[in-house]
Design a protein around this ligand. Structure first.
Ligand code: NAI
Length: 402
């Protein structure tokens, strides 16, 4: 059919999405990052002549698909042509794209973030202002694929496709059309399951708990003397009782936020914002030798065997990379959202406060100051306070909840 698709970004996910959709739809790619769009266009050209050869995508079945994207650009006016816009770029960049598209985007456009992380709908509503109601924002819980480019700009590979994936649509009135359209783009797998609302996607975000929680549990001053290590410690298999306590603390505080919202908005459905242990049971059933506790679900999960902490080699030893995306992405666009909402709802968050304080010190940023989400770098986060929301009523209005 005549859909026009625009994919944002230029990394693994954007290259895979562009080459997949271009096989069946008029597909453009946009990157606002440095010279990425021009470099990508150049990369698609043949080695010995200027003919554009397009992209080759290897599917997880081994089949190869060759496709020709319509164009790569850094000009945001292209968004005015799109029926569907896919953000397949790390979440810190979402706001930049929304802002750039605002003057051009047309009513009815579906804008999907894969993954949205937390508070994507709030950021979208604040950047699209009066246009937001005419658009459909779709927050995906994760990326549909595990994927990598193999030759930058030219060849990419899907290593695995999820069986099912949750997505929520704001406003609700546009949900069926948006989900059906995106399912058409993705093909049979993953099956896109409609989640009741984007707040559920935001609070479910497992990355906001797992990544900062495990980093804190291993590298906080109580557990690490600041000296280099001779080996890279295991990330998931290395979760001990102390780290499990941190993870349970974070997960319980997320649950307290959920219960508070439900107590204020009768009938509001946050079923997908489950505990971290439940998330493991739902996502990895059968792959964990012992799933009786959160710690054991992580220690005995075969999907995680051998995965280590992000480390940098230093003088023949290893030091933790405390600026890695586990802190640099998952704190600002994950935990800061939930901590900010908790503040509006007056839910206490002692564990989140410890973890955010630890993360911001290592990142050289200030999000939380004197117990408030009001630090100098708050604008870089998804905390509701970053877009000037200072009461639960304003939050519910922006989230189209009440
Ligand atoms: P990536 O690291 O390949 O993305 C890099 C891209 O981000 C760059 O090409 C550029 O377009 C953009 N970018 C980087 N620095 C920037 C900056 N300073 N300003 C503006 N834009 C900048 O990431 P990937 O692998 O494509 O993943 C995209 C999202 O999907 C991430 O949130 C990732 O965590 C998530 N994800 C990825 C999976 C995978 O298998 N690749 C699996 C599950 C989730």
């Amino acid at each position: 059919n005549g859909l026009t698709v625009l994919v944002c970004g230029g990394g693994n996910a954007a290259q895979v999405a562009t080459s997949m959709f271009a096989a069946r739809y008029e597909t453009y790619a946009i990157s606002l990052y440095a010279d990425e769009a021009a470099n990508w266009k150049q990369a698609m050209k043949g080695r010995w002549h200027d003919r554009v050869e397009g992209m080759e995508l290897t599917l997880d079945t081994g089949k190869k698909v060759v496709s020709m994207p319509a164009d790569m650009t850094n000009d945001p006016s292209i968004s005015g042509k799109a029926d569907v816009i896919i953000l397949a770029v790390p979440s810190f960049a979402h706001g930049q794209y929304f802002e750039a598209f605002y003057p051009y985007i047309k009513p009815g456009t579906i804008v999907a973030c894969m993954p949205a992380r937390s508070g994507g709908d709030i950021l979208f509503a604040s950047k699209m202002k009066e246009k937001a109601d005419s658009l459909a924002f779709v927050g995906f819980e994760t990326l549909p694929w595990a994927c990598r480019f193999t030759e930058w700009g030219k060849r990419a590979t899907i290593l695995g496709t999820k069986g099912q994936i949750l997505a929520a649509v704001t406003p609700e009135s546009k949900a069926s059309h948006a989900i059906a359209t995106l399912q058409g783009l993705l093909g049979v797998f993953p099956e896109v399951l409609k989640s009741p609302n984007n707040l559920g996607i935001s609070l479910r975000n497992p990355g906001q708990v797992i990544h900062p929680g495990v980093m804190y549990g291993r590298w906080c001053s109580e557990k690490w003397d600041g000296q280099k290590l001779s080996e890279k410690p295991l990330f998931y298999q290395g979760v001990d009782d102390f780290t499990e306590g941190v993870l349970l603390g974070l997960s319980d505080e997320v649950q307290a936020v959920c219960r508070k919202v439900e107590s204020l908005v009768s009938g509001f459905d946050l079923k997908d914002a489950c505990t971290l242990h439940q998330w493991y049971l739902d996502s990895y059933k059968g792959q964990m030798a012992d799933d009786s506790t959160l710690k054991l679900s992580m220690n005995t999960n075969s999907a995680y065997t051998g995965l280590t902490h992000p480390m940098k080699e230093v003088d023949g030893g290893f030091m933790p990379d405390l600026k890695y995306r586990y802190l640099a992405e998952d704190v600002p666009t994950g935990l800061c959202f939930t901590r900010g909402l908790a503040e509006l709802l007056e839910v206490p968050t002692p564990t989140m406060d410890k973890v955010i304080t630890f993360a911001q010190e290592h990142l050289g940023k200030s999000f939380l100051t004197d117990g408030k989400m009001a630090g100098a770098n708050i604008g870089e986060t998804r905390a509701p306070q970053a877009v000037g929301i200072n009461s639960k009523e304003e939050f519910f209005k922006m989230a189209k909840i009440a």
